[in-house]
Each structure stands twice: as C-alpha cells, then as structure tokens.
Design a protein around this ligand. Structure first.
Ligand code: BGC
Ligand code: CA
Length: 291
C-alpha cells in the first residue's frame, strides 16, 4: 500500500463548490486549484500558509503554469494567460467554437510545452466535446472529438503515451502520443474501472509510472498500473466527490486531492475541501506550457 497516513481535510483553505485540477509548483511551494462552479482559482503556499484567490468569472476549469511564471487558465470557451499576482488577463491564447451548452474542462501541458485541453457537455449526456492542442505559436488543433466529459490527462514518463479519461466511459484510454507533432495516433488499450464506484475524473502520474485516478462519486483515488490495468492501491477519502489529485510538498510525496460538494450544495461534511495524504511514493513535476 502506498498510503502512509489517512487523508485529512485542509479546513483552513477555501472550500469549493466544484474543486478541481490541483497542481503543485515546486519553485514556490505552492498548490493551485480551481473552483469551476465558484468562478475562482485558489492558491496555497505551503511554506508560509498564504492563501490567494483570483476571481476569474464563469467556469475556470483548469490552471497550468507557463514558463514565465504566469498562469494558463481555461474558462468556458477560452484559454487565458493570467497574471498570478493581480489576476489580470494578459492575453486570450485561444477561443474554441463549441455549442453553448459546452465548456472547457480538464487540461494539462504536454512534455513539449503545448496545452492539451478538453471540453464537455454541461448536461453530461451528449458526445459534443473535443480535445484541443494549443501550441506555443498559439495554433489550435482538434485532436479528439465525440467525447462527453473530457477529463484526466497524463503522459507516460517517456512521453510516448497519453492517458485519457472521458468520464462516462468509466475507463482510461491509453493512446499512442506523437510528441513531435502533438497528436494522438490511436488507442492501444482501455483500462476498465467500471467495477469501482463513481466515474474516473482527474489523474496524475507518479515517478514509478503509475496513475493516481480520482473517482468522482466514489470517494477515493485509485493507484493503477497502466501497463496491465491492475489497481495497486487506493486511498479512501471521507468525501464522496473526489475530483482530481497531484503530488506536492517538499519531497513530492504528499498527495493533494480536490473534492466537490454534492449537486444540492447542501453538504455539511468536508466535501469541497482539499485533502492531503502522505504516501511512500514520489510524484512527478507538472510540465509547464511554453507560452
Ligand atoms: C466535471 C464535472 C463532472 C465531473 C464528473 C468534472 O471534471 O467538471 O462537471 O460532473 O467531472 O464527470
Ligand atoms: Ca475533472
């Protein structure tokens, strides 16, 4: 088992309606995450306890660092470059042409510094979503289509495979990734997680190449060997709507897990807080976007 403590709710940090997309920036010892339905991007600097909040407007769905220390944030149908100090928009990096009932959802920078970002049907029913790649010269390319709720994205440690989740399928798809061109070249296999509660949502990869996958509605994070699909461990979280996770802390062994409130927003438990748990594995550092 890779978990060495019980997850605890970080009750001193802001609570989210739909907490999502945690990332850890080692240079500043800072955790960032978004509250998609609370319209905010939050940060927490572990070394001095400083909490920052940027009010961004509707549906900030994902936050990534760029090379100059600014933030790339996907909002409803746009990708923005944001100044982390005052929250101002420095530039609109891309706009996608999507049905009004769609919005951006999870994203990640690829090993070459492009942004890979997916969209979803906000009614969570129709396959109207896509996955886009925005390259450092701001070129926009659609690399996948007909997805319902585009979610977790990760690359194998050598960058040759992309792991991808369309939540309602309840599986992880392993795709060949052409790192030079920034395109996917077909599915190699699927990892079926339908025997676990909830639906797979956000994920991260550890330094052994295992995926850590949050199950939305399942109150847990699974550690999965992507080579054979075996579930090697799981962290049970005392909140049902676990949405995503990232490794952080000074030794990259703390797993931070974001959660959401239930849809009625009436919960009195710890749903919506960020949780942390100590593990005996090391995470990987998130890629930065090269724009
Ligand atoms: C989306 C939510 C959705 C959940 C489960 C999240 O990434 O932002 O709207 O309900 O995944 O599929
Ligand atoms: Ca998600």
């Amino acid at each position: 088992m890779a978990q060495v403590s019980k997850p605890i709710a970080l009750g001193n940090l802001p609570r989210s309606v739909l907490g999502e997309g945690p990332i850890w920036l080692p240079e500043s010892n800072t955790l960032y995450w978004v509250d998609i339905l609370g319209d905010r991007v939050h940060s927490y600097r572990l070394t001095n306890g400083h909490v920052g909040t940027i009010n961004i407007g509707p549906y900030p769905s994902c936050v990534m660092p760029n090379e100059d220390g600014n933030l790339v944030v996907t909002v409803k149908d746009k990708v923005l470059l944001i100044n982390p100090h005052n929250g101002s928009t420095l530039r609109v990096l891309a706009t996608v042409n999507e049905p009004p009932s769609n919005r951006f959802n999870d994203c990640k920078c690829d090993p070459e510094g492009r942004l890979v970002a997916g969209t979803m049907d906000m009614n969570e029913m129709n396959p109207t979503g896509s996955v886009y790649v925005i390259d450092p010269s701001f070129g926009l390319k659609r690399i996948m289509e007909s997805v319902i709720i585009s979610n977790g994205i990760a690359w194998s440690l050598d960058g040759s495979l992309m792991y991808y989740i369309d939540s309602p399928t309840r599986r992880v798809t392993v795709l060949r990734y052409n790192r030079r061109e920034g395109v996917v070249e077909g599915a190699i296999r699927h990892i079926d997680l339908s025997s676990y509660p909830g639906v797979p949502d956000g994920m991260t990869i550890d330094s052994d190449g295992y995926l850590w996958i949050a199950l939305y509605g399942g109150g847990r994070v699974l550690r999965v060997n992507p080579v054979n699909g075996e579930v090697a461990g799981q962290v049970e979280v005392p909140a049902q709507y676990t949405t995503s996770c990232t490794f952080g802390g000074s030794s990259l062994t703390t797993l931070f897990i974001t959660t959401a409130m239930d849809r009625s927003r009436q919960t009195t438990g710890p749903d919506g807080y960020v949780f942390s748990v100590e593990t005996d594995v090391r995470g990987t550092v998130v890629n930065r976007c090269r724009f």
